[in-house]
Design a protein around this ligand. Structure first.
Ligand code: LP5
Ligand code: MN
Length: 262
């Protein structure tokens, strides 16, 4: 049971990787600055570009630096983490070393007297049936155990292939059929409505789709809202406008905090 908080920051899809050093530095700064101004921080998945086991992070200076930033943060601010589709193998060792608390997907939390439903969001992309089939397999504990027993270089190589396949598939489809791909990589209203209805919680916050907006939705005459978190990328100004934001919830309401300008 998560205790209620009067202020919180929510982020997701930072996609930390050594090849994006400016984004990584902004995340470290966030841990040292903005994150200290609230009672709780919620990281709703895909903190890392990919994760192939807690053992892999022990040997990497990059991961040690991130681990250190998180461990420092959790000394003064309660920090929750939810698995994403790229880092669902983050395990007890990394959580213990950073002091973060793992949240199931979805989870309910009360922030500034309002109940919110939190999810990474990939489970809501039900129009993407190939992905949902893939997800149902890679989330099986026995398959994950087999994977984690493989030598590290095999695991890294599988992760690289899955990432390249994911990016290539997206780019191919976006060129050929932009409307279809937009529908496929977004959540479906049906899946969101189902989640909201089951939880009886009418404020949904999720990431994954990289389409940050506040949506007003309607479900059998019941009004509900959906807040989508942004991904972060400060390293590719030639192809992507620099982006990094957090959602702040406190007694004055909910608002996006632009971390590019800040
Ligand atoms: O991440 P993003 O936004 O690019 O796209 C996602 C979906 N892609 C993924 C794959 C991740 O990007 C990479 C995951 C790396 C994890 C490393 C550890 C692996 C451990 C395995 C443990 C058993 O999630 C993408 C969606 C998109 O979101 C929008 O929702 O479309 O889906 C895909 O690209 C998946 C394909 O549609 C199906 C791929 C089938 C490949 C089958 C190979 C099986 C190999 C099993 C490995 C053991
Ligand atoms: Mn994701």
């Amino acid at each position: 049971m998560i205790p209620p908080y009067s202020s919180a920051l929510l982020i997701s899809d930072i996609h930390l990787t050594p090849s994006m050093p400016i984004t990584a530095q902004r995340f470290i700064d966030f841990c040292e600055k903005e994150a200290r101004s609230v009672e709780a921080v919620f990281i709703l998945g895909d903190l890392f570009e990919f994760w192939v086991g807690d053992d892999a992070s022990m040997r990497s200076p990059f991961h040690l630096e991130i681990k250190h930033a998180l461990a420092n943060l959790t000394l003064s601010v309660k920090t929750y983490y939810m698995h994403g589709n790229r880092d669902f193998l983050i395990g007890p060792d990394f959580l213990k070393k950073t002091g973060m608390t793992l949240l199931p997907d979805p989870s309910k939390v009360i922030l500034a007297d309002t109940e919110y439903l939190l999810s990474h969001g990939d489970i809501l992309c039900t129009a993407d049936s190939a992905y949902q089939l893939f997800r149902s397999w890679v989330r099986k504990p026995w398959l994950q155990n087999c994977f984690l027993k493989m030598p590290l270089h095999w695991r890294r190589s599988i992760a690289h292939s899955l990432r390249s396949n994911s990016t290539a598939q997206y780019q191919r489809a976006a060129r050929a059929e932009p409307e279809v791909i937009q529908m496929k990589v977004d959540v479906t209203l049906d899946a969101c409505a189902n989640m909201v209805d089951q939880a009886k919680t009418y404020q949904l916050i999720h990431g994954h789709t990289h389409l940050p907006t506040r949506h007003h939705e309607n479900l059998s005459q019941v009004e509900w809202q959906r807040w989508v978190l942004s991904d972060w990328d400060l390293d590719h100004p030639e192809s992507v406008l620099p982006k990094a934001s957090a959602l702040r919830v406190d007694t004055s309401g909910v608002r996006y905090l632009d971390l590019v300008k800040a």
